[in-house]
Structure formats: structure tokens, C-alpha cells
Design a protein around this ligand. Structure first.
Ligand SMILES: Nc1ncnc2c1ncn2[C@@H]1O[C@H](COP(=O)(O)OP(=O)(O)O)[C@@H](O)[C@H]1O
Ligand SMILES: [Mg+2]
Length: 321
């Protein structure tokens, strides 16, 4: 049984006489311990999906299930199982960091005698122990975001629903959030995390889904999606000179497609060629053998790290609601 299951979920918003389809027959599932990166441009429907999973919004049709409990039928059960981090941190005046956490701990009915240690635990995890006595409004944006995550963890939920936890943060704060997510993953949490920033998600998500205009366009492991979308594995090679000759030889090798040099990254170094290899795995070296025996002076031949941005561009149309 998947830990999080979304089946044929649709949601429309009505304003006046116009109807907007925010979610259109969306299905996805997360197994226990997975980190699922829910990626899409603004307005794609990420928040709508997460709010439905968090029991805060009713679907128009379809269903969402958390640990076997339907979010519409058993909302209070689901609330115990999830930690929901909204995309927007509310305003809290005149309240200290520990008071803020104590408030939520009480709301989650954590007994008074254990609250202190629970609060210490989440402060430690989110690296906010030194800010315990600080006022919430005095925290930096990154710290507020971590405090919000601390709140999300206070009842030790097995499932985390995090709506753009790193949005609006500077690079350092983003890295801190990312490290924190990795730690939560190692604790065995099942995590759905949304983002409109792609490279951020690549190295720690077990799977990703790309959503646009309420539709899930693709889901799966990053490498697999990339391989499917680009029709093989990408290699970049660099030659000493005579790049035309190298390109001509490459073009004649079976299962090799030479990428149009101008098409993708403008940052590519001189005398380099990118190819897509669609042949058998483990036989990639034969391409190199062909080149060398034809007298091409090869300087380097490597598979660059998969580029999520490339598939994002290939999969999405750029259209918004
Ligand atoms: N309360 C609402 N009323 C009307 N339209 C809404 C409401 N909330 C979201 N929408 C619309 O639904 C679409 C999806 O929004 P949202 O789920 O917030 O996307 P994302 O989180 O991916 O940016 C957008 O077009 C948005 O304008
Ligand atoms: Mg959103």
C-alpha cells in the first residue's frame, strides 16, 4: 500500500461565471520513505494538491489517501499523520520561538511533561536552539522557514507535505533546507516537497513529478525520465582540432545522434560535441574506439550529470493557467 496515494484528483475554482481547472485528473503515489519532488511553474496546481492532501481543501472529484485513510472521509486521522508546511509563513507578533512551538505542541495534545524535550528535539534538528528565546518576528527568512519546519515536525508525523520550503531564500539558506530534508529522509519520513526550482531537487528526490496546468506530465526517477525524454544517454566529448571530422564520424556510428551544437547550452566549451547514445548499456566505449581508430584526437569523453532543466524544458510548454 502506498503511503500517499492520489487518484484522478480534480479541482476547479469558480469565480463569478468563470471556472478554472486547477487540477485535472492528477494521479501519483509515494511509497514509504520516498522523497517525491513535485515540480512545476507557478500556477501549476502544486499548492492545490498539497492543500487537498492536508485536508484543507476538498477535491472536486477523485480521492487522496494518506496511510490508508481517505483525506475527505477521515480528516482528523490524516492530520495526525501529516506534517504540513504551507508556502506562506503566517505573521506572529510578540511570541518567542519556544512559545510558538509550545503552542503547536499543545494543539497536537503533546502532554505538558514531554513538551520541553519535544521542543528541544525539533529546535536541535532545525539548528534553532540558540534562537529559543528570540521573538519570531526577529528571525531571518531562512530561520522562519526552519521554524515552520520545526513546527511541522512537532508531532513526529511519518508523512511530510512541504510546499516550496526553500522559496524566497538566499543560496545558503536554501542549502540549509536541503540538508535538513536529507536528514528527514534518513529518519525514514515520507516526503512530498514542491518546488519551482529544479536543480534543487535533483540530488535527493527518489522520484519527481512534473506538473503543468493541473496535469502531471511525467513522473519517475530523474535518470529514467531524462533517458526516456532525450532518447538515450548524453555524452560530451572534446577534441584537439578538426571538430567537423569528429562530428561526421560520430554521425556515421549506429545508435549515436549528434546534438545540434547551438541548440542547448551556450556555455559549452570550444571543440566539444554532445551526442545522445541510444545503444546497449555497457557498450558506450565503442563510440570512443571508433573515433580514435579513425584518427580523431579525443581529449575527453564523459557523461555529464543529468540535467533536470533540460527535461523540464522538453516536457513543459511554458503555458500557465
Ligand atoms: N482560491 C482560489 N480561487 C481561485 N483560483 C485559485 C485559487 N487558488 C488557486 N487558484 C488558481 O489555481 C491554479 C493553481 O494554483 P496553485 O495550486 O496555487 O499553483 P502552484 O502552487 O503550483 O503555484 C492557479 O491558476 C491559481 O490562480
Ligand atoms: Mg504554490
Amino acid at each position: 500500500m502506498p503511503t500517499v496515494l492520489v487518484e484522478h484528483l480534480s479541482r476547479t475554482y469558480r469565480s463569478g461565471s468563470t471556472e478554472l481547472i486547477a487540477l485535472d485528473d492528477l494521479s501519483l503515489s509515494l511509497d514509504a520513505g520516498e522523497i517525491f519532488g513535485f515540480i512545476g511553474p507557478n500556477g501549476a496546481g502544486k499548492t492545490t494538491t498539497i492543500k487537498i492532501l492536508s485536508t484543507l481543501l476538498q477535491p472536486t472529484s477523485g480521492r487522496a489517501v494518506v496511510c490508508g485513510h481517505d483525506v475527505s472521509l477521515e480528516p482528523s486521522m490524516v492530520r495526525r499523520l501529516i506534517g504540513y508546511m504551507p508556502d506562506f509563513f503566517g505573521v506572529y507578533d510578540d511570541i518567542k520561538v519556544w512559545e510558538y512551538l509550545d503552542f503547536f505542541a499543545a494543539a497536537y495534545k503533546i502532554p505538558k511533561h514531554t513538551r520541553q524535550s519535544v521542543i528541544s528535539g525539533v529546535l536541535d534538528l532545525t539548528d534553532l536552539t540558540i534562537k529559543k528565546e528570540a521573538y519570531v518576528e526577529s528571525l531571518s527568512r531562512g530561520m522562519k522557514q526552519r521554524l515552520c519546519l520545526a513546527k511541522t515536525l512537532i508531532h513526529d508525523p511519518p508523512v511530510l507535505l512541504l510546499d516550496e520550503p526553500a522559496s524566497g531564500l538566499d543560496p545558503r539558506a536554501r542549502i540549509e533546507i536541503r540538508e535538513l530534508l536529507k536528514e528527514l529522509k534518513s529518519m525514514g519520513k515520507t516526503i512530498l516537497v514542491s518546488s519551482h526550482i529544479l536543480p534543487e531537487m535533483e540530488d535527493f528526490c527518489t522520484r519527481i513529478g512534473i506538473i503543468e496546468r493541473g496535469k502531471l506530465l511525467v513522473q519517475g526517477k530523474v535518470d529514467e525520465i531524462i533517458a526516456t525524454k532525450q532518447g538515450g544517454t548524453k555524452f560530451v566529448l572534446r577534441v584537439v582540432d578538426d571538430i567537423e571530422k569528429a562530428a561526421a564520424i560520430l554521425a556515421s556510428i549506429p545508435f549515436v545522434t549528434v546534438e545540434d551544437p547551438g541548440s542547448h547550452d551556450q556555455t559549452r566549451e570550444p571543440n566539444t560535441i554532445a551526442i545522445i547514445y541510444s545503444g546497449e548499456m555497457g557498450s558506450e566505449h565503442k563510440v570512443l574506439t571508433c573515433l580514435i581508430s579513425a584518427g580523431v584526437k579525443v581529449l575527453s569523453f564523459y557523461a555529464p550529470p543529468s540535467d533536470l532543466e533540460d527535461i523540464f524544458m522538453a516536457v513543459t510548454t511554458g503555458a500557465v493557467n
